[in-house]
Design a protein around this ligand. Structure first.
Ligand code: FMN
Length: 263
């Protein structure tokens, strides 16, 4: 199914998805499949190579995924049966995002060979972090990722569509409806505690949609997709949602997620 080369496009807010992707790459590499890794936020979907198989990985958000990830799927070029697989990570339940995404790809001519949803720790404003519980979730998540990669190589995977729920959440989330509502909700706006801010600009460098501009202090504009990066990686814990208590969750170093082509 794969040949010896694949591309792997991923987006990860706080590292869960990146851990899964890396685990899968180890399995592919051990079987002689060379993988080129690309960040979704650095990739022009129109320019991707549709002559070799590829994977797409992303986190679940509000039973769907982040609008810019949906936009990536929607903007892919037409293909002639290019094999594509997907993997998402989530804390519990995805609302069956796999179905609507399969529809998008199938209509463009891709061969949807496998979809897998993997439970990892919650990164959405966790009130507390239990390292032991999270460690167990990560271990079993990575085990599932390894098994999925092996099954992909063997051709033992499928990409099922789950009806009902999925369509509604997909449209609400991917059309920015939910993100806008959550952002607009009073007291929910992400901002900076100027007393704590060390003006390092890391939040702006990490933002996948370039929504944060550094002036004297960081400023958030209107296209936040609630990916959690600025809140989770601020070294001074200065990025806040007024009135909301949460613990920072992250499982990779910030430098692994920073975009090369920062605007
Ligand atoms: C805005 C937002 C919404 C989320 N919604 C869901 C959800 O609906 N269902 C779920 O199981 N997990 C949800 N999560 C949890 C993440 O999908 C999960 O922690 C994921 O593994 C994070 O991956 P990442 O570290 O690669 O960003 C949400 C996270 C965020 C930030």
């Amino acid at each position: 199914m794969f040949g010896t080369q694949i591309n792997f496009y991923y987006y990860s807010g706080t590292g869960n998805t990146l851990l899964v992707v890396k685990e899968m790459i180890e399995i592919f590499s051990a079987k002689g499949i060379s993988v080129t890794l690309h960040k979704i936020e650095e990739t022009d979907p129109q320019k991707i190579d549709t002559t070799i198989p590829f994977g797409i990985a992303f986190p679940v958000a509000f039973q769907s995924t982040l609008p810019f990830v949906c936009d990536f799927f929607k903007a892919l070029p037409r293909a002639d049966k290019t094999p594509v697989f997907m993997v998402d990570t989530m804390m519990a339940f995805s609302g069956a995002i796999v179905g609507p995404l399969k529809k998008v790809l199938t209509e463009k001519g891709y061969d949807c060979i496998g979809a897998c949803e993997i439970v990892m720790p919650n990164n959405w404003l966790p009130k507390q972090i239990n390292e032991e519980v999270n460690g167990k979730k990560i271990n079993s998540g990575l085990e599932k990722a390894r098994a999925y990669a092996e099954n992909l190589i063997k051709g033992n995977t499928s990409w099922k569509r789950i009806p009902f729920l999925s369509k509604g959440f997909y449209h609400l989330c991917c059309n920015h409806f939910i993100m806008e509502r959550v952002n607009l909700a009073e007291g929910r706006k992400i901002t900076v505690d100027q007393e704590k801010c060390i003006k390092c600009g890391l939040c702006a460098k990490l933002c996948p949609v370039n929504n944060i501009k550094m002036k004297d202090y960081p400023e958030w504009h209107k296209s936040c997709e609630l990916c959690m990066r600025c809140l989770s990686f601020c070294p001074a814990n200065a990025v806040i949602i007024p009135g909301k208590k949460f613990k920072q969750y992250r499982v990779v170093k910030a430098k692994e997620l920073i975009k090369k082509n920062i605007k």
